[in-house]
Design a protein around this ligand. Structure first.
Ligand SMILES: [Zn+2]
Length: 303
């Protein structure tokens, strides 16, 4: 089903069918007014991130520059929740950071613009993104108040996927919003790309960010991903420890995000395709691309 949902969305009819699919999935899992996780915040000196759960397992993120109160929203698929958070926090929403065109990420853009009533800059790397008015590419930069945003182009899950790396120039705080490219303990399906491209995204780009960069991903998939990681590397104690930690968080309805780049390099098999243990699992020692191909293929049907 999932690949059919994402395979082609050429017109309004399939857009509304997709919306109905995701809404039904969310109701079935969380009940009519339920939510997959509690709303929480990560508060640092210069940056606050309000974590806003949406649909059955998506996350939207309200990023606030604490000094100026300027704000941006990542993937606002549920515009009503976003506007409520903006009003409650008393911040100036200026922009939308869209990671990719899939409905459960970009499907709320147009409605947010019409409900909000003031102009918003809508960033993204793909012409299929609704309400897009500022197309970005690798290394493009812009500001959220005093916070610097750098665009990292990571095609594979979709051909126009962008991750957003955010730094506070006044301090050493940094974070990356990775959409459906990098998940806690996993990565997105290769719907429109190849293992080479995911290798470039995860190993050549995201792995080279500073180790203490906080990682905010697009979905709450952590426990499933970590169980697969344990299948790939049964002796990896960092994965076992993260599974136990994640179980406690999920039982309390707490998000497992954010992780860090350092942590992903320890627990995420897709970030570890250069390690001998993951290559051995894939029967491809010395070949990280073949390893990437194999572990993604097995994950696609892993229960
Ligand atoms: Zn997606």
């Amino acid at each position: 089903m999932i690949s059919r949902v994402f395979s082609s969305l050429p017109n309004r009819v399939s857009q509304s069918a997709t919306a109905a699919y995701f809404t039904y999935k969310s109701w079935r899992q969380n009940g009519y007014r339920g939510c997959h996780s509690n709303k929480t915040s990560v508060i640092m000196a210069d940056i606050t991130v309000r974590i806003l759960p949406a649909l059955s397992d998506n996350y939207m993120y309200l990023i606030v520059c604490n000094q100026t109160k300027d704000a941006a929203i990542v993937d606002p698929v549920n515009p009503e929740t976003v506007i409520e958070a903006v009003n409650k926090e008393g911040v100036n929403l200026k922009s939308v950071l869209t990671t990719h065109h899939h409905w459960d990420h970009a499907g709320g853009n147009e409605k947010l613009l019409s409900l909000f009533g003031k102009p918003l800059t809508v960033y993204g790397g793909d012409d299929r993104i609704g309400a897009l008015n500022k197309k970005v590419k690798q290394d493009d930069e812009f500001m959220i108040g005093n916070l610097k945003v750098q665009c990292i182009f990571t095609p594979c899950h979709t051909t126009g996927h962008i991750c957003y790396y955010i730094q506070s120039p006044a301090s050493d705080q940094k974070m990356v919003f990775t959409g459906d490219t990098l998940f806690l303990g996993g990565c997105g399906r290769f719907f429109e790309g190849t293992a080479d491209q995911m290798y470039s995204a995860l190993i050549e780009k995201l792995s080279n960010l500073p180790d203490d960069t906080q990682v905010f991903c697009g979905h709450e998939y952590s426990l499933g991903n970590l169980k697969y990681g344990n299948h790939v590397e049964p002796d990896n104690k960092d994965i076992l420890a993260k599974i136990e930690w994640s179980k406690i968080k999920r039982e309390a309805n707490e998000p497992t995000v954010p992780s860090t780049i350092a942590e992903e390099k320890l627990i995420n098999p897709f970030m570890r395709v250069n390690s001998e243990s993951v290559q051995t699992f894939a029967n491809a020692v010395g070949n990280p691309i073949e390893t990437m191909t194999y572990i993604r293929k097995i994950k696609d049907s892993f229960k």
